[in-house]
Design a protein around this ligand. Sequence first.
Ligand SMILES: NC(=O)c1ccc[n+]([C@@H]2O[C@H](COP(=O)([O-])OP(=O)(O)OC[C@H]3O[C@@H](n4cnc5c(N)ncnc54)[C@H](O)[C@@H]3O)[C@@H](O)[C@H]2O)c1
Length: 267
Amino acid sequence: MSKVVAITGAARGIGLATARALKAKGAVVVIGDIDEAAVAEAAESLGVTGLVVDVTSRESFAAFLDRAEEAAGPLDMVVNNAGIMPIGPVTDESDADARRCVDINVHGVMLGTKLALDRMLPRGGGHVINMASLAGVTFTPGLALYNASKAAVVAFTEATRLEVQDRGVHVSAVLPTFTNTELVAGTRSPKGMKNCEPEDIAAAVVELIGRPRPQVVVPAKLARQVRLGALLPDRVRQAIARRYGLDRIFLDFDPDARKAYDARIRT
Ligand SMILES: NC(=O)c1ccc[n+]([C@@H]2O[C@H](COP(=O)([O-])OP(=O)(O)OC[C@H]3O[C@@H](n4cnc5c(N)ncnc54)[C@H](O)[C@@H]3O)[C@@H](O)[C@H]2O)c1
């Protein structure tokens, strides 16, 4: 795959695994992250260019893409992956946390998409991949803020796709389930289900690049369940959620195990 790819939020987790998988396929990868030390370490371990970027700032994001193109050539793909997940009762969320979540998860993705399209549309080619979540289409107590931010990513990605689809540029959303990264620290998996690994999401991104589609659910088997679930009466949907413990997962978490993650996303 002789593609040039920039990935945000790639110092760790899903972004890092995606960078690794794309590099293994022959892509020229540039990673960006707000965490300066972590992105430098990740870049060195992968043997790719690593840059600091704050996806909430137009100036920072534009400079990231400019520097990525200087280092690697015109971008074929931009993966808007950076995101945070505050959890807990909605009444406990501070206004500052809410703004930061929307700023990173929603405005960061919108900004990254717009800046990528500015480069790709004149060339008539490219692919913007936005990391949404199953949390953008299925909603859970304790996750209102994150649910809202990811629903916005799903809607924004689809409307943008419809707008530019005849101009040679693909726009896709990836909707992973629970994935074992620091983002889910201190939470339990749904009963009887195994979390994905970051490598599973990375493999789905690699596959999506080879075969562009509007939306990819990971694991793929959950796509049908989500579509069917949306048709069920509220009472039945809630009974199923209770069976899997989904009604309590983001309320009965372990705050100690989440401390380091919480501190990281607030700085
Ligand atoms: N882990 C899951 O269960 C899961 C499930 C579905 C979707 N997602 C989404 O996948 C994406 C990656 O999540 P992850 O699980 O790998 O989390 P993670 O915390 O391991 O990695 C996220 C990275 O984003 C970076 N980041 C945060 N704010 C930033 C900013 N303003 N500018 C640039 N970088 C910034 C962080 O420093 C971190 O390195 C997120 O959008 C997340 O919402 C995760």
